[in-house]
Design a protein around this ligand. Structure first.
Ligand code: FES
Length: 98
């Protein structure tokens, strides 16, 4: 079952979803969609409240940036990668695969 509809996912406006006991940040970049752990690897901040630029998401709390494609922490204070999840897009349906 789809987690969300592509046309409801605004570019630059990540959303938070709960799935299989995990809290996941879903972000659209162009026609691609990426899913990473919602909790920043530095501390307890929700990345879905952060800002997306190109393929990066910036934590609103202390400014760490992560690559949405790989989960890699690009800037301090975070130095631990985020878990990423595959996203399947089928027409307008978006499904995060856990
Ligand atoms: S909680 Fe995200 S950078 Fe500190």
């Amino acid at each position: 079952m789809a987690d969300m509809m592509l046309d409801q996912l605004e570019v630059g406006k990540p959303v938070k979803i709960e799935k299989d006991g995990k809290t996941i940040c879903v972000a659209r970049v162009g026609d691609e969609v990426f899913a990473v752990d919602d909790t920043c690897s530095h501390s307890e901040a929700s990345l879905s409240e952060g800002e997306v630029t190109d393929f990066k998401i910036e934590c609103w709390l202390h400014g760490a940036e992560f690559d949405l494609r790989t989960g890699v922490a690009l800037t301090l204070p975070a130095n631990i990668s985020l878990q990423t999840y595959a996203v399947k897009i089928d027409g307008n349906s978006v499904t995060v695969q856990i």
